[in-house]
Design a protein around this ligand. Structure first.
Ligand code: IZC
Ligand code: ZN
Length: 423
């Protein structure tokens, strides 16, 4: 077989290959690392990844050869919780937070998410496109090759549809692959009386159009105190499921409302945040195979003492992912690398758990586990060469971009941490 790309002289290669499902505790404990390794690709696909003896099995006469210089190589990172479609930032809320206002108090006063809703409704499609394209560039330069993309700052029919159409357009135009999520139930917009009235509107007016136009693969609800109740979340997510959509849920972030239990009841693909998830909720999620998506950037920015209990979740048999939660209100970062640092420093996850949590597990969390998340035959050639000798260094050294080269679909798109041919 003729190869088109050979990455050789890899000091440490982590493939995450070999299982056709998310990785659990015992899988991670047996994670293999290859030394003096290679990755061999043809076009946009991986042919093989592992020991350099694999070179004997392929015709490399026409392959482009990239020397990894003895560095760490991993699959491209997958960011599975991203509020991508928004205009404007909310740095003003940091000062309010320092004065003692909490997240829900700011929202109740018409700020928070509702500020971003105003900005997103006012922005033209072109302005949104330019702003978000730059966010995607930053993500790519930091090693992310696939991302989820939530709507949720329109909260009216027109702007929710505009947001999800933009996801489709950016998926075509940008190197990063995007998976759309409809988060119509993100907050109650000011023109509605209450969450109940808005829930009915989402189910009757918006969701059918999103589903008919196939604008989003997933439906999500912000189920928490002061936003949407478990009952309202159940109604929205059940309606989405009937229309063939897959489910995600913002669960038990601020209070233990029962979002984890609901995720298990509805066989959601993922439940996210879970800072306050109950033991019962965690057990039910494990039984139902719901992936836990933990977002340590959020408690970090909100200055909370408590993070999600990753150790307990992994020990109880949950598959755990971590994600940026990129959004202008509670986690203003495009970098999964800083999230990897926080997962270690604040949630005590091991290096092996962390690499599973940013590659193969989130790939399953966005329903792409058969195509991305590991370096193995037939999967997309999405690969990162790091300025790092080993996995531990990547997680220990923080605050700088350690992604050196990024390959997307077998093509070099980032070199020395900078996107090639940046607009
Ligand atoms: O804009 O505050 N948590 N949604 C749920 C967010 C944070 C985004 C925001
Ligand atoms: Zn979120």
């Amino acid at each position: 077989m003729k190869a088109s790309l050979l990455i050789k002289n890899i000091g440490q290669l982590i493939t995450m290959a070999g299982l056709n499902r998310p990785w659990l505790k015992e899988d991670i404990e047996n994670l293999e690392r290859f030394e003096d390794a290679v990755v061999i690709c043809k076009g946009d696909e991986i042919l093989a990844a592992g020991d350099k003896s694999l070179m004997d099995d392929y015709d490399l006469s026409e392959a482009e050869v990239v020397d990894a210089g003895g560095k760490l190589v991993t699959p491209g990172l997958v960011d599975s919780h991203v509020h991508l479609i928004f205009a404007g930032w909310r740095e003003n809320e940091l000062a309010l937070k320092l004065k003692g206002y909490d997240y829900l108090e700011i929202l109740e006063q018409g700020g928070g998410i509702l500020n971003t809703v105003r900005a997103t409704r006012e922005a033209t499609s072109e302005e949104l496109y330019e702003h978000i394209y730059k966010l995607l560039d930053n993500m790519l330069e930091n090693g992310t090759t696939t991302t989820e993309a939530k709507s949720g700052y329109g909260l009216d029919l027109e702007t929710e549809l505009k947001s999800l159409r933009l996801v489709k357009e950016l998926n075509k135009d940008h190197e990063i692959d995007l998976v759309g999520t409809f988060l119509g139930a993100h907050a109650v917009p000011e023109e509605f009386k209450d969450a109940e009235e808005y829930t009915n509107f989402v189910i009757e007016e918006v969701l059918p159009k999103v589903a008919d136009e196939k604008l989003a693969e997933f439906c999500d609800v912000f189920c928490d105190q002061g936003v949407f109740s478990v009952d309202q979340a159940r109604r929205i997510l059940s309606a989405a499921k009937e229309k063939g959509m897959k489910l995600k849920i913002h669960a038990d972030e601020l209070v233990a409302l029962g979002g984890a239990e609901l995720a298990a009841e509805l066989s959601a693909t993922t439940a996210e945040h879970l800072l306050k998830a109950s033991d019962n909720g965690i057990e039910k999620m494990a039984e139902a195979g719901v992936i836990a998506t933990l977002l340590p950037g959020t408690p970090f920015y909100l200055m909370l003492d408590k993070y999600a209990d990753a150790r307990k979740m992994i020990d109880k048999g949950l598959a755990v992912s971590i994600a940026t939660d990129l959004n202008p209100g509670t986690s203003a970062t495009e970098s999964l690398q800083i999230i990897m640092n926080l997962a270690s420093f604040m949630m005590k996850m091991t290096a092996e758990e962390i690499i599973a949590a940013v590659t193969i597990n989130p790939a399953y969390g966005i329903n792409k586990g058969d195509k991305i998340g590991s370096l193995e035959k037939g999967k997309k050639a999405d690969i990162v060469i790091w300025d790092s000798d080993n996995l531990e260094f990547l997680i220990y050294h923080f605050g700088v971009n350690l992604a050196n080269k990024v390959f997307k679909n077998g093509k070099l798109v980032v070199e020395n941490g900078k996107k090639i041919n940046k607009k």
